[in-house]
Ligand binder design. Sequence first.
Ligand SMILES: [Zn+2]
Length: 121
Amino acid sequence: MLCTAGHNNADNAAFCRVCGVNTFSAPSIVVKQSSEFNGMAIASMVLGIVWLYGVGSILALVFGYMAKREIARTGQRGIGMSTAGIVLGWVGVAGVVFIIFFVTAIFHSVHFTPCAPNCQP
Ligand SMILES: [Zn+2]
């Protein structure tokens, strides 16, 4: 395992035996110690909150599922935020469907009556 200055060290070394730094270039260490938040997870949660008449919700779902895949691959933080984005996304989409249903009922005077089994809507 090489330190960032290029010295060779044991694979489990915490500090470089030559220069004393604790930063190593081995990819497995970088992934394990990643404390970076996934940008798409943050975007997903924010878009889920702002809603934007359902546009934000749909983008929240897209970013949320992409973030989950990327976090699984990179070990970044933000899995909870991507989950929040996906949940908020589905709630937002359901809200849009409900509003369209509701507005349609009002402006087109559609009467919603209980439908007996096997009847056509
Ligand atoms: Zn070194």
